[in-house]
Ligand binder design. Structure first.
Ligand code: UD1
Length: 430
């Protein structure tokens, strides 16, 4: 049964709650991965381009998703939720403007721009928020919109995009930005003529969005490669779509199993999507078995030190860098981690140092030496940094308290319950 999303449902939950973890318990059993946040957000936004309702399955229940649903509800759309299903009816959309306060709460709110530019030829929102992991410009998104014929106005943190006509064009991205690739693809779907995005990002979430758009009637070729070709169409219809599994959540659980020397079957992960992590875990000496339903991770043996460099897909994901760093504190030998995607993605290091980690940062690089982690009071500084602290708490001696867990709850569905079900001693205290 569906129910209408409650306005301000999340008010009051922000900044409250902490996780208390008692460490040193090996994890055993089976853990299920939810739908991917970073696929769900653009897909929810894309449903506004249809001429009828869409039904979306395996939508993770997360604060970012709730906030985006609230944004589109306030634009006049009907959004109903039943567990992990969403029904979105955009036919009553009357305000092509995203609520500024809500839009600032999540990075993914910028997809409203591409979608409404395509559908209404006008959109306005505040510059998006999200994790504090570095300068997060949207110049490539705006450059793409301009190339399609849009006029851009930026004033006091508010972005307005408008176009009399949107026409396809050839757009080269200076960097394979995930968000820019998605936003340009969204806008080009309802533009006139052909758009070619060169040096496009290749992340699986982009492929998932393109699959949904294709069922809606869009004509898109080349997703998953660095050249995407979009033939504009006049209309899109509502469709049903199941979101792909969250490869970052899956990777976090895989590392949790390896870290505690446990044995965990991580269900609902596409092994293909976590190849770079599988390669590194193999190199470290972790035993892994893949099948079509998931990946079995067997820890236990000594862990070897390895070097990591984050890169756009199919390179090692920046969103798994902080969790990997925790695993590397338990390896024999010194490891090097180089972060190339975000300039401010080592904020977890100070927190891990409180727990005894021996990590030295030099610019974009971090040297990790083996250390015995001990429980401490720490703060989640962003989503993935928070996930790293959970892993550290699980392997540390004694009790760890993590504050500001609202960051973690933006991107991990029921993480405490899920980890408890495989033996972790973690509880949420409000
Ligand atoms: C998405 C993910 C985020 C992940 C990131 C990289 C969502 C909601 N978030 O973020 O979890 O860490 O991909 O895999 O899907 N850049 C520019 N100009 C732009 C856009 C980006 O210079 O217009 C730069 C950024 O500063 C950053 C790099 O490109 O250094 C990567 O950003 P991008 O791929 O756009 O990340 P997001 O889509 O924001």
């Amino acid at each position: 049964m569906y129910f209408l999303l409650q306005e301000d449902k999340w008010k009051g939950l922000i900044k409250v709650g902490k996780f208390i973890i008692t460490g040193c318990t090996p994890l055993h059993g089976e853990i299920n991965v939810s739908g991917a946040k970073n696929a769900a957000l653009p897909i929810i936004a894309a449903s506004l381009m249809a001429d009828g309702p869409s039904r979306l399955l395996d939508i993770p229940k997360l604060r970012d998703v709730e906030n985006l649903c609230e944004i589109i509800r306030r634009m006049g759309c009907r959004v109903e939720q039943d567990g992990n299903e969403l029904l979105i009816d955009p036919t009553t959309l009357d305000t092509p403007e995203a609520d500024h306060d809500l839009a600032r709460k999540l990075r993914g709110s910028y997809y409203i721009l591409g979608v409404l530019l395509a559908k209404k030829r006008w959109a306005r929102t505040s510059l998006p928020g999200g994790c504090n992991i570095g300068n997060r410009p949207i110049d490539l998104h705006l450059k793409g919109f301009k190339a399609l014929g849009a006029e851009i106005n930026l004033d006091h943190g508010i972005v307005e995009v408008k176009a009399r006509n949107l026409s396809g064009n050839r757009i080269y991205l200076d960097y394979p930005s995930v968000g820019a690739t998605i936003n340009i693809m969204l806008a080009a779907t309802l533009a006139e003529g052909t758009t070619i995005i060169e040096n496009a990002a290749r992340e699986p979430e982009i492929v998932d969005l393109a699959n949904y758009l294709t069922v809606m009637g869009a004509q898109i070729k080349g997703v998953g490669t660095d050249i995407i070709k979009i033939e504009g169409v006049e209309t899109l219809k509502g469709a049903e779509h199941r979101i792909i599994p969250d490869r970052i959540e899956a990777g976090t659980f895989m590392m949790a199993a390896a870290l505690t020397k446990g044995e965990v079957f991580v269900r609902n992960v596409l092994a293909e999507h976590v190849k770079p992590l599988i390669a590194k875990l193999n190199e470290m000496g972790v035993e892994l078995k893949e099948d079509i339903t998931g990946v079995l991770v067997k820890g236990g043996g000594p862990l070897r030190a390895v070097d990591i460099k984050t890169l756009p897909y199919p390179g090692f994901p920046t969103d798994l860098q902080s969790q990997m760093m925790v695993l590397l504190t338990q390896a024999d030998g010194t490891s090097l981690v180089i972060e190339t995607v975000w300039e401010n993605r080592f904020t977890h290091v100070d927190e891990l140092a409180r727990m005894g980690a021996d990590i030295k940062i030099d610019g974009h690089s971090a040297l990790i030496k083996p250390s015995r982690l001990t429980g401490a009071e720490v703060t989640a500084t962003d989503l993935r940094a928070g996930a790293a602290l959970i892993l550290a708490g699980i392997v540390a001696y004694g009790e760890t308290t993590i504050r500001d867990i609202y960051h973690i709850e933006r991107g991990y569905e029921n993480i405490a319950q899920k980890l408890s079900s495989i033996g972790a001693k973690i509880k949420k205290v409000n």
